[in-house]
Design a binder for this molecule. Structure first.
Ligand code: NDP
Ligand code: 8X3
Length: 251
């Protein structure tokens, strides 16, 4: 039986990914902060697919808490085949001189430091087993910088660099490392970016067909299901209606 650990599994890409991995018979470790929602997702998947699921309620920004919950897993749950570093967010869309420093902290602490805290523990287990696959959810924002995207783009450029660094460091152990870099995906992402402003969030996807979380889960499954000797280093996935970070075709 294979085991996948997915961070940010209460909504969007992480939830869709949990669904697809459960469908494929994986045992799951799901991480997020919203306890009732995470338990609802886990309960639904356990009922539907009959797989074992462990839920870890934790904030990946909290080094001590996330390290302790991971280290507290039973030994046989520490043999992780796939880690999906997905938990992340964008907060605000402001020029650099007007940015909110709390928003900057949230993005840097979650998208970079949180990803690192989880990776430190789980990659240690993978090194001991000499196998595993780490899938980092980056973004088109890790490949391009767009107006007012400053800090979010910087965090996703960091994920791009870490994805490459992890692959180099983990090469001797046969551990695969892949970045999945999506363009616009309709999830809770824009609602979080605009602090719950539904009108602003809806406008992001007005007049075009964005990607959906299931499209990204599908790509993650593709990279994870390649033969043992094949690693997909990175994948950049856009809606057909999007050509670059800033160029979209609206009806
Ligand atoms: P959602 O807002 O729908 O999901 C984000 C998930 O991350 C939630 O499950 C949330 O759970 C979790 N999360 C956020 N902060 C923390 C934290 N501090 N600790 C633990 N979990 C956390 O957004 P998406 O599904 O769209 O985003 C997933 C990833 O995809 C992110 O890294 C994002 O940057 C990236 N991405 C998104 C794109 C898009 O257009 N949507 C495009 C490119 C990349 P909870 O609140 O319960 O903790
Ligand atoms: C999310 C996509 O274009 O808003 O990473 O940065 S974008």
């Amino acid at each position: 039986m294979k085991t996948a650990l997915i961070t940010g599994a209460t909504s969007g890409i992480g939830e869709a990914c949990a669904h697809l991995f459960a469908q494929q018979g994986y045992r799951l470790i799901l991480v997020a902060r919203r306890q009732p929602l995470l338990e609802k997702v886990a309960g639904h998947l356990a009922d539907k697919y009959g797989v074992e699921i462990s839920t870890l309620i934790a904030d990946v920004r909290n080094k001590k808490a996330i390290t302790e919950v991971l280290e507290g897993l039973p030994e046989d749950w520490k043999k992780i085949d796939v880690l999906v570093n997905n938990a992340g967010l964008s907060r605000g869309l402001d020029p650099i001189d007007k940015g909110n420093t709390d928003d900057w902290d949230a993005m840097v602490d979650t998208n970079i430091k949180g990803l690192l805290y989880v990776t430190k523990v789980v990659s240690g287990w993978m090194v001991a087993e000499k196998k595993g696959h780490i899938v980092n959810i980056g973004s088109i924002a890790g490949k391009e910088v767009y107006p007012n995207g400053n800090v979010y783009c910087a965090t996703k450029h960091a994920v791009d660099a870490l994805n490459k660094g992890m692959r180099i460091d983990l090469l001797p152990y046969g551990i695969k490392v892949t970045a999945i870099n999506p363009g616009m995906v309709e999830t809770e992402f824009s609602l979080v970016r605009f602090n719950g402003d539904e009108e602003k969030a809806r406008k992001v996807y007005d007049g075009l067909e964005p990607l959906f979380a299931a499209d990204i889960a599908d790509a993650i499954w593709y990279v994870v299901s390649r033969p043992a000797h094949v690693n997909i280093n990175e994948m950049l996935i856009m809606p057909t209606a999007q050509a670059s970070a800033t160029l979209v075709q609206r009806n």
